[in-house]
Design a protein around this ligand. Structure first.
Ligand SMILES: [Zn+2]
Ligand SMILES: [Zn+2]
Length: 373
């Protein structure tokens, strides 16, 4: 096996990635080295790349990216199975989490591992052990205690790569809202998260699903993923008119659940306003600090509404996400989620393309660009 591998090193917003050759690490007991086969460019990666997300960049740069899948390259001492006890060998295809709840803090002890304040830790540079800390590289180092699951043979990589971020995130978030049988759901923002949330809400028993975006291609894709109604922000630019339309589609009441996947604070109050009395607003998209929005908290109080912030998920979600894909892959066009793939060397081009499409320059249904390291 090779002693080194290639990684795309990020040197800061506005600078091109640099492809570097790095040594493979000596594995700690309990760790797993994974050969990355597909790494998606997630919306949050674009935030880092643009400079919109908080980041203490290590002096020698940073390998990032987190939405990925791969094969076991090397198993550390003591690892013979995945997190569910299934045998694990070199070459096995796996899905795994990229964050590490500490298990020893007040929050973890309360059973809220997804909210553990220590689950991400400080960013380390490529020169520092374990070197391989991100998806945009040939290898990823799964730290001891990391959650890892075998992938069913029937699922291709393009379906599995969104599992450890977008898909698990929306399954966990929707579960946290308490979404119930027949509930109406508003989905704001139809990138990777919003599109998959549409199918997940459908499979969780949602009644009416209303999907909002400004790009026609994405609205069309939401329809294919189970949305009953789509609402174009380009066609209905007036927010009051949008709220009225959502009320019309929900028996005059407003939605039971509204989900914010946009990452654009000004639309957060719209979601709250689209809720019925006692409804729940799930916010996942806004990860950039310092971007604010004016909002009247009395609308929460008088409407008895909840806002729920969720970042990442509890590890039980990954096997559920894989089951969901196996069960429902014929029902929704999951293969349309990863729309463009690029070799690792073309990472700069891949980011430019992903940005171009996310900004709406092309009204296509593109959701994810991916790298094949
Ligand atoms: Zn992500
Ligand atoms: Zn913790």
């Amino acid at each position: 096996m090779a002693e080194t591998g290639r990684a795309a090193v990020f040197l800061g917003p506005g600078k091109p990635f640099e492809i570097r050759e790095l040594p493979l690490p000596a594995l700690e007991a309990g760790a797993v080295l994974i050969r990355v086969t597909l790494a998606n460019i997630c919306g949050s990666d674009l935030h880092f790349w643009r400079g919109g997300a908080p980041l203490a960049l290590p002096p020698d740069g940073w390998i990032f990216g987190h939405e990925m899948t791969g094969r076991v390259a090397i198993l550390g001492a003591g690892v013979g199975t995945d997190s569910l006890g299934q045998p694990l060998r070199a070459g096995a295809r796996v899905a795994f989490s990229y964050f590490y709840p500490c298990g020893r803090c007040h929050v973890c002890l309360r059973g809220q591992r997804a909210a553990c304040p220590n689950k991400v830790g400080r960013a380390t540079g490529p020169g520092e052990f374990p070197h391989w800390v991100g998806a945009f590289a040939e290898y990823y180092y799964l730290r001891p205690g990391g959650f890892i699951f075998r992938v069913p043979d029937a699922l291709p990589d393009a379906l599995v790569s969104p599992v450890n971020c977008a898909l698990s995130q929306v399954i966990y978030g929707l579960t946290q809202t308490g979404l119930g049988f027949g509930d109406s759901v508003v989905i704001q923002g139809l990138g990777g998260l919003g599109i998959q949330a549409t199918a997940v809400a459908r499979e969780m028993g949602a009644g009416t699903i209303i999907a909002l975006d400004q790009l026609d291609g994405r609205l069309e894709l939401a329809g294919a993923f189970g949305a009953d109604h789509t609402l174009s922000l380009a066609e209905v630019p007036d927010r009051k008119a949008r709220v009225r339309q959502v009320r019309d589609w929900t028996g005059g009441r407003g939605a039971d659940v509204a989900c914010g996947f946009v990452g654009f604070p000004p639309v957060v109050p719209d979601g709250i306003e689209m809720l019925r009395y006692g409804g729940t607003c799930l916010e996942i998209g806004c990860i950039s600090r310092g971007r604010t929005v004016e909002f009247d908290p009395s609308s929460l109080v008088w409407g008895s509404k909840r806002i729920l912030g969720v970042v990442m998920y509890d590890p039980w979600v990954i096997p559920r996400a894989l089951d969901f894909l196996e069960r429902c892959r014929a029902r929704y066009p999951f293969e349309r989620l990863v729309s463009h793939t690029f070799p690792l060397e073309k990472i700069n081009e891949a980011f430019r393309e992903a940005e171009w499409h996310q900004r709406g320059a092309a009204a296509s249904g593109i959701t994810r660009a991916a790298l094949t390291p």
